[in-house]
Design a binder for this molecule. Structure first.
Ligand SMILES: Nc1ncnc2c1ncn2[C@@H]1O[C@H](COP(=O)(O)OP(=O)(O)OP(=O)(O)O)[C@@H](O)[C@H]1O
Ligand SMILES: [Mg+2]
Length: 269
């Protein structure tokens, strides 16, 4: 059984932390692993250096996302695939891991349906319908290809971009891409590594939470973490047994998370 680890862009700003790499290497010695990464802030920084201002929208459910027009999806793909993905792959190669960096476009690993329209809440708190741009709703994960790689001792490192029905590049959220991949490959666990010690309520990390509790607290969780709680719910509903939202800034972050010494554990019971 495999474990999916989503590496938050929040912990990649200073490059790939060597303790994460060592930890992943140890676990990969006895366990199939697949990584999905984020990197939204790095995309924003480079897009703005290129003179392309980035804007963010909020859905009625309180989910925040990048407004992705054609120029933005091209920059998003360039940065996520060309920079973030390859930096992770090269850091893993340095310690001898057979990492293979791919995006959801390659081999149709992530297929999505382009959203035609988006409902957003504008600055005045009113609902508005806008053009969907280049964002997608994930519909299919090519688990056969991922299993083929993992069964041959490769560790797939997946950038969160999907391909649409007409071959369009589509921005998909990293947390949710990780959830769908975990569901698709029937992973045992999903681990979200980020820059906080788990889901915080009144500044205290919650150690354990049921699926129903996660649904109940969703509306109270702030931007960034709300997607991890949503993605955890989606992963559990697709059959993943456990989701752990944990700090990627501690020693052995993945090992401590799967041993329940780091982060918030969300499970079906
Ligand atoms: N209730 C909460 N508990 C914990 N963190 C929260 C909460 N509400 C909001 N957050 C924010 O969520 C952030 C983590 O999500 P964020 O999207 O910034 O990082 P990431 O997912 O690791 O990076 P990326 O999106 O680039 O992959 C935290 O740094 C914190 O500021
Ligand atoms: Mg995030």
């Amino acid at each position: 059984m495999a474990i999916v680890v989503k590496i938050g862009g929040s912990i990649l700003e200073k490059g790939v932390n060597p303790t994460i790499v060592e930890d992943i290497k140890d676990i990969f010695g006895y366990q199939k692993l697949l990584l999905v990464h984020g990197g939204g802030d790095i995309v924003t920084e480079i897009a703005e250096k290129l003179g392309k201002k980035q804007t963010f929208i909020v859905s009625p459910e309180g989910i925040r996302s990048r407004y992705t027009d054609l120029e933005t999806v091209i920059i998003y793909t360039m940065v996520m695939v060309g920079k973030v993905n390859k930096e992770i792959v090269s850091a893993l190669h340095k310690v001898g891991i057979n990492a293979i960096g791919l995006s959801g476009i390659d081999g149709s690993i992530i297929r999505a349906e382009r959203k035609k329209k988006l409902i957003i809440i504008d600055e005045r708190g009113r609902k508005r319908l806008i053009d969907g741009g280049y964002t997608g709703k994930i519909k299919f994960v090519n688990a056969d290809l991922l299993n083929l790689l993992m069964n041959n001792n490769y560790m797939p490192i997946i950038a969160p971009i999907a391909v649409g029905d007409e071959g369009e590049l589509l921005n998909v959220d990293g947390d949710r891409a990780a959830a769908y991949i975990a569901g698709g490959i029937k992973a045992d666990k999903i681990v979200f590594l980020t820059d906080v010690p788990g889901v915080l309520i009144n500044n205290e990390p919650i150690l354990k939470m049921s699926l129903s509790k996660a649904k109940e607290i969703m509306p109270k969780i702030g931007f960034g973490m709300e997607k991890k709680v949503l993605a955890s719910i989606e992963a559990l509903e697709m059959g993943v047994k456990e989701s752990i939202i944990a700090s990627g800034l501690v020693e052995n972050p993945v090992k401590s998370a799967i041993e329940h010494r780091n982060g918030t554990v969300i499970s079906n019971e």
